[in-house]
Each structure stands twice: as structure tokens, then as C-alpha cells.
Design a protein around this ligand. Structure first.
Ligand code: ZN
Length: 140
């Protein structure tokens, strides 16, 4: 069970790396569990798709500027460190969208970010054998 904590609204820096900037913001604010959303635009992007059979992320680069139609994610702890997991939907100049797992290498043109802190037992990730992913560890 979690309770809503602080809500942080922040503009992220031009030319910053989207997932890294969100992670840094959460770290600076001491937020270990929470939710994230952002809108804005990117100069380029790197998005991933988890290949469930091969159990690995297939990443691809989108070289053109795009709108961030949606960036949604969460904050938890992975190996004791603040970890942001986020997905994006990005639109090109014709409104065509591409989306996936947000990877480092997505460069901000402009971004407005909202982080909501969740207060309670810190949410932690651990290796999940069924999926090969670092998923939230269930607690009793
Ligand atoms: Zn993902």
C-alpha cells in the first residue's frame, strides 16, 4: 500500500538524455518509489522491444526529431539504485507514431516532466526467472 507523496514538476534540460535526466531528478529528490510522466519533443530517440523468446531487448534508433506524445513510467530500486522504467510514444512530422521501451540515447529537445513520489515500503526489482526481466519483487 502506498500513499501519494511529493509531486515534482520540472523542465528537463535541452540536449539531456531523457531517461538519465528523469533518473537524476528522482535521485536528487531522494525518490525511490514513484510514477513518472513527461511530454515534449526529442531530437532523436532510442527505443527497445523485449524479444520474449530470445529474452533480450532489441533496440532501434529513430534519427529524426519527434514529439513525445506520451512518456509513462515508474521509479523503483534495482540493485539498490534508483531505476526508472519508462515507455514512450513518439510522433513524426506526419503524426505517425512509434513506441517502445525508453532507452538511453533519447535526446531531449524540450521536455516537461512530472514525478509523483509514492510513500511506503520501497519498491524493489529482482531477477524474474519466467521472463528474464528485472521485475518488482512481491512482498507479503
Ligand atoms: Zn519496458
Amino acid at each position: 500500500m502506498y500513499e501519494s507523496g511529493r509531486i515534482i514538476i520540472r523542465r528537463l534540460p535541452h540536449n539531456g538524455d531523457l531517461v538519465n535526466e528523469i533518473t537524476e531528478l528522482a535521485r536528487r529528490e531522494g525518490i525511490t518509489t514513484g510514477t513518472v510522466s513527461a511530454i515534449g519533443a526529442v531530437k532523436r530517440a532510442r527505443i527497445g522491444y523485449y524479444d520474449q523468446d530470445a529474452r533480450l531487448y532489441r533496440e532501434r534508433d529513430l534519427e529524426e526529431p519527434r514529439e513525445i506524445c506520451s512518456c509513462l513510467g515508474n521509479i523503483s530500486l534495482k540493485e539498490g539504485e534508483v531505476f526508472v522504467h519508462a515507455h514512450v510514444v513518439l510522433a513524426d512530422g506526419e503524426g505517425k507514431t512509434a513506441g517502445g521501451h525508453l532507452c538511453p540515447g533519447t535526446i531531449i529537445f524540450a521536455a516537461e516532466c512530472r514525478i509523483e513520489e509514492l510513500r511506503g515500503c520501497p519498491l524493489e526489482r529482482g531477477y524474474d526467472d519466467e521472463t528474464g526481466l528485472a521485475l518488482w519483487v512481491e512482498r507479503e
